[in-house]
Design a binder for this molecule. Sequence first.
Ligand code: DX5
Ligand code: ZN
Length: 234
Amino acid sequence: MAIPESLLRAGSLAPSILSADFAALGVDVRAVLDAGVRLVHFDVMDGHFVPNLTIGPAIVRSLAPMVHGSGAYVDTHLMVERPDSFIESFVAAGADSVSVHVETGANLHRTLARIRELGASPGVVVNPATPLASIEEAMLFVDYVLVMSVNPGFGGQEFIPEAVDKVRRLREMLPPRVAIQVDGGVGRENAARLIGAGADWLVAGSAVFGGGDPGVAAGVLQGMISESVGPDRR
Ligand code: DX5
Ligand code: ZN
């Protein structure tokens, strides 16, 4: 099911399960859902587009009922060379939004249209060194743009500070209905700055699951995000 418009621009935390305890994934996801999280971020890597292998549709299928049962949504970030080959299986497994990298190249319009046709929200992703000009046309066909604030492939990397200004410039380019998601190195130190620059969803992996109680960490971050969102977006 596509992400509702009311949630798209609301100012939300999207915990990335990449840094969760894979021996207790259900417990970790339950903890952030109980803390009020509305979006759970799944990082899909194929070992080609990025030098790492992670989550496939089977993990989405196992966790999606729990996420949906809490009134939350499954957000899938495809860091794969051939997204077209996987879109259907992720949506069938329960993905509500699917984002694909502009750097994957060919036929992006067709890919984004296919995601929408399958009933999910399409998103386009830009890597740190990819100019915003490369999504000038694609942004007309998406519900959100994901700005990478690390080079994709691994959790726990350092935030690239230039992402803040990129978000600011992107907000000026985008139609108001299109949301901005930021992913990589996000935590308490930069959450308010990113929301102030115009970001709507902040993805955080290690800041939520990197130690301590993930529910508490998610609650603190979501609180900071809600406070930083202006009254017009509350
Ligand atoms: C990076 C992934 C991110 C990342 C987030 O390739 O797309 O979602 O795992 O993790 P942190 O918050 O630890 O940077
Ligand atoms: Zn991600």
